[in-house]
Design a protein around this ligand. Structure first.
Ligand SMILES: [Fe+2]
Length: 254
């Protein structure tokens, strides 16, 4: 599940956003493009570069014509890669590029840390997420201890994607990709638990109300029966009185 968690520079959480459109809206306000790309075809992990590019051709063409990118490639990383630690450490400290850093996550996940002002915008990107970080935006990227992702990269210049490190240690104050994934999962579990509890309470309330209605209906039937019985008794008595009066009158006549 994609997520945006905003931290202050001391690593305190300021805001958490889970809804994709709200994440996109918030990131737009700091100049970051964030999109969800849909595909009708489910790509297997084994899909090669051509297959990936062909699958997302329409979105790739749209982005290329908008941003003027000159080339793209597809990279993938799995936990069995012998260079995973080295590769992770390459972009784990705050840096900038003179070119855009643009990624589309075909599969797996990774976390971008954007530091455009006095806050750090942590974007957990997952399968189907497109993110565009403009040139000279302070940021870093974490793929976690067990990297697993396949992504399309967009380039406008061959050497524009060289990292210029700022020398800041801020990346050490903000949770890692693995911690962000854990935090997001815990939140999702909490939300699910809350929804489950709400549903149970609602069902209990409906049952209670139905029992109350049934009891009330039963009581009403009982009352009606009693009324009818009293009425019948009254009518019976009246008839008896009438009969007795009639007998008396007939005796008198005699
Ligand atoms: Fe970068």
């Amino acid at each position: 599940m994609s997520a945006l968690i905003i931290f202050d520079e001391q690593g305190r959480i300021l805001e958490k956003i889970k809804e994709h459109n709200k994440i996109a809206e918030k990131l737009k306000s700091i100049g970051i493009r964030f999109e969800k790309w849909q595909t009708e075809k489910e790509l297997p992990w084994s899909a090669d570069q051509n297959e990936v590019i062909q699958t997302y051709k329409n979105d790739i063409d749209r982005i290329n014509s908008e941003f003027g990118f000159k080339s793209i490639d597809v990279v993938s990383l799995t936990p069995d890669n012998p260079k995973k630690v080295e590769l992770r450490n390459m972009f784990l400290s705050e840096h900038i590029h003179t070119d855009f850093e643009v990624r589309f996550f075909v599969d797996g996940s990774g976390t971008f840390y954007l530091h455009p002002d006095d806050k750090v915008y942590v974007v957990l990107c997952e399968k189907g997420d497109f993110i565009s970080v403009p040139a000279n935006t302070k940021h870093w990227f974490d793929m976690g201890n067990e990297p697993f992702f396949k992504a399309i990269r967009f380039f406008s210049t061959p050497d524009g994607w060289v990292a210029n490190f700022t020398g800041s240690d801020i990346s050490q104050k903000i949770p890692s990709h693995d911690e962000i994934v854990k935090m997001t999962k815990e939140d999702t579990t909490e939300i699910k638990e809350h929804t489950k509890k709400t549903k149970i309470n609602k069902a209990k309330s409906v049952k209670k109300s139905e029992t109350k209605k049934a009891k009330s209906a039963k009581k009403s039937i009982k009352n009606r029966k009693m009324k009818n019985s009293l009425k019948q008794e009254k009518t019976k008595r009246k008839i008896q009185i009438k009969q007795k009066t009639k007998i008396k009158k007939s005796k008198k006549k005699k």
